[in-house]
Design a binder for this molecule. Sequence first.
Ligand code: NAP
Length: 259
Amino acid sequence: MDLGIRGKRALVCASSKGLGLGCAEALAQAGVDLLMNARGTEALEASAQDICDRFGVRVDTLACDVTDEGARAELIERAKGVDILVTNAGGPPPGVWSDWDREDFIKAIDANMLTPIALMKALLPQMMDAGWGRVVNITSQSVKAPIAALGLSNSARAGLTGYVAGTSRQVAGKGVTINNLLPGIHATDRAISLDTGVAKAQGISMDEARDQRAATIPTGRYGTRQEFGATCAFLCSQHAGFIVGQNILLDGGATNMTI
Ligand code: NAP
């Protein structure tokens, strides 16, 4: 299917690895030029070069912490005129409800709620002026069903979800859509770090921790960044202009719910 977005330009945050990289690759495959971002330069430059070589699109990079206000200002400056915004950042650490103090919540809210909101606030007006735009926020399955150890993520992402529910309906009339993509467990570094925590806590091997988790997913396996990226690219396509303010779960059926 031709996604109809060849020649458009996207800012894909936190995209040197994992789900962000999957989104960058799928957009590039659809002919979208990219501005990619991550904190570490080495993986960012390697991924950008690889995408450039495979898909022949223009790829710019800016290595910075997207959750840092000053660094983000430069990213926003470089992103001026983008048609597509994919927001993403690392997730908060796991723990127990009684571990977390005000500072822990402020950090999580800053990274996983206020950062995407700041990016949208900066880049939505130009999309609205242009009469076309697409925003996809990478959030989490925890928005639909809380994950006990990820209370910081549950809280911060719920706030972002509320903001998107209201804002998406205010900008849709200008041809701009905002939606959230909710990953369940995907085979990325984040999954390795979560499985490492389980393996340590339960005194089991990494393979056992992975098999144990995979057995809780109806598909019996983890998702891939390619599957995730393809869904993101569709949401950014011409065909998705009537999808507004949705929370789309990609979890292999793991969240047991009817609607
Ligand atoms: P990942 O494999 O660890 O990759 C994270 C990517 O983001 C890397 O490119 C990393 O590069 C970059 N990054 C992290 N923090 C950043 C920051 N502050 N500024 C700029 N770049 C940053 O993680 P992932 O699995 O793709 O997860 C992406 C998001 O989805 C996270 O918020 C995670 O919590 C959420 N999620 C993931 C899963 C899953 O199963 N994978 C499930 C639910 C939710 P640098 O380290 O070099 O910056």
